[in-house]
Design a protein around this ligand. Sequence first.
Ligand code: ATP
Length: 708
Amino acid sequence: MTLLHTKENGGINRPSAAGNWSAIELTVNANFEDEAKQRAELVEWLNGMLPDLRLPVEASEEEFRACLIDGTVLCSVLDRLSPGSINEWGEFDHSSESHLENVIRFLAAMDQMGLPSFRLLDLQQGSMVTVVKSLLILKEHFNSNPVGDNVHIPSSMSKSGTQPREVSPCGQNIPVAEEEKRKSLHDSKFPRVLRSHVMSEPSAALPLIHHVGHKFHEVFQLKQGCYADLPAAKISEMMKSNSLDNAPTQSLLSVVNGILDESIERKNGEIPHRVACLLRKVVQEIERRISTQAEHLRTQNNLYKTREEKYQSRIRVLKTLATGTSEETQVAMKKFQNIKMEKIAMEEKKKLEEQDMVRLVKEKDYIDLEISTLKQELELANKKYEQHYLQLETQAKGTKIELEEKLKELMVLLEDSRKKVEELEAFSESKAQSWNKKEHSYQTFIDSQFKSLQDLRVTSQSIKQVVLNTERVYSEEFSRLGVKLKGLTEVAENYHMVHAENRKLYNEVQDLKGKIRVYCRIRPFLPGQNGKQTTIDMIGENGELVIVNPLKQGKDSHRVFKFNKVFGPTATQEEVFLDTQPLIRSILDGYNVCIFAYGQTGSGKTYTMSGPDGASKEDWGVNYRALNDLFQISQNRRNSFIYEVGVQMVEIYNEQVRDLLTSDGSQRRYPSLSYFSLFHYRSVLSAANLLDIIYNFPQAELLTLLFD
Ligand SMILES: Nc1ncnc2c1ncn2[C@@H]1O[C@H](COP(=O)(O)OP(=O)(O)OP(=O)(O)O)[C@@H](O)[C@H]1O
């Protein structure tokens, strides 16, 4: 129970083969709950043992591990405590193998002494608690047994060439001659057993020593010759307990020697059965420990072999290197030459770099100058920036205030908007309901429309059939019409031929009527004129006109004139135009026509040719009517002919020809036309004796048509 408790508190993993360590360990656990305190105590002890160590008392776990990991400190301490207990340890080199061997030797020595050790792994990377506890046990062991003779130091395990030492209570080594030691061991077999630590006075640090190992202690306390007198029950109880396992090897050997010496002294050599059993048990325990030791030695041997192989491989490598030295020398010479060349190149490069350096220094000076200038500019800019920054800051504050006010306004607006949104949501909800109703009604409507559409499709099919029939009928009709149109085209062609012939005949009739026609129109009296003083005696049916001259007598009082036709005062504008219309239409057949009125002032020329001012359609004169007639005809014939109509209206007054259609009002003259016109007029006038009429009949006006 006690051991188990110890393990649970981070105790030692390996069961102890010693007889007293577990009790010490419990004491340690009881006295030092804090690991750091335990470590500090241990460091103080180690520093005392090894003054050169100088490990700080507050050393951390890792510092403590680093101090112990090469095994030198451990072996040194144990060697001082128990000189010769470590087998051939030392600081041969700093290889990890050497360090490992030191630690293994230390652990083997601990086993040999029957003290609890630790695992190698604990020291390398595990918890240092186990290591600390093991070392504390070692410390307590030697503190409680200041004389180092309680540990058996086999001669085979002693350091070669080193005298075994005894450890004084104060830890000082006391050299002892080997011979004296051996003698001492031989002379005091039982006394040595009796002087062992378990036989010494129980100390305050070992309160449980009698509790755990009292059975075996009683055996140690036996005087020579008393083994045979041990009661069987006591021996049986002792063998059942673990006190034998915990006893130091030296004590076990002492027991064996005691029993064997007692059997020799008894002369008959007989050993009681119970004592023989005890002897066998003790021997078995010794054998087990020897076997453990042998295992350690095997491990050590393997390490030696590994190291030897490593050295062999290093030797081989060195040999290989030695053979390749000459070749390497040549290569090295070549490399040396190359390096020389490189050195020359480097020197040249260095010169160039120096030149560059000079140039760069100059550039640097220039750049420094520029930098100083830029710094000044930068300072100025900084000042400006600070001013600008202050302005901006002021503006920003103002803007911030404005923004805050706007934010408030926006918050108010947002609130309003929210309300509106809520209202709109309610509105949209109602709208959605109404839309749903409408949708339903529309759906109903669409269904009905769909049915109607289907009916319409049926109707459409029937209509299509009808249309197809109609198309067929129409195509037949069109073919018939085409035949008729062909006939009509032929008729039209015949019509054009007839029409052309008709026109030809018409113009021939006009020719027969005369190319120059002279009409006489007599205007009515104007308001204010005396109608009784007329000079018109008679107007004949065939253009005769008889004029009375009251100033003359007899035959000369009457003169007869002959015209193509004479229009009386009652003749309308239309009647006058109808006589001129056929000639005017000849224009459209390519003939030239000239209409002019001749008469003295106020005789009615303008009235006849144009009509009165603001005339209605009935009062239009010849000009308007002629143009109207021509435009109507050209309109009627627009599909067959395109006419260009030109109009010229001139006035001849005092032998001067004036353009009546000019827009500038200057009444442009035509001097060249004047002569030509006059020529014609004269011939006309001579033919009709118009001059006489003009002078004798101021109210008569002659309308002359020239036709060629
Ligand atoms: N047949 C007619 N019926 C009624 N009034 C007429 C007729 N002929 C002319 N008159 C009237 O006689 C007047 C003179 O006519 P108009 O001005 O046509 O003469 P004119 O020969 O053109 O004169 P002028 O050479 O001076 O221009 C006008 O008031 C006109 O209305």
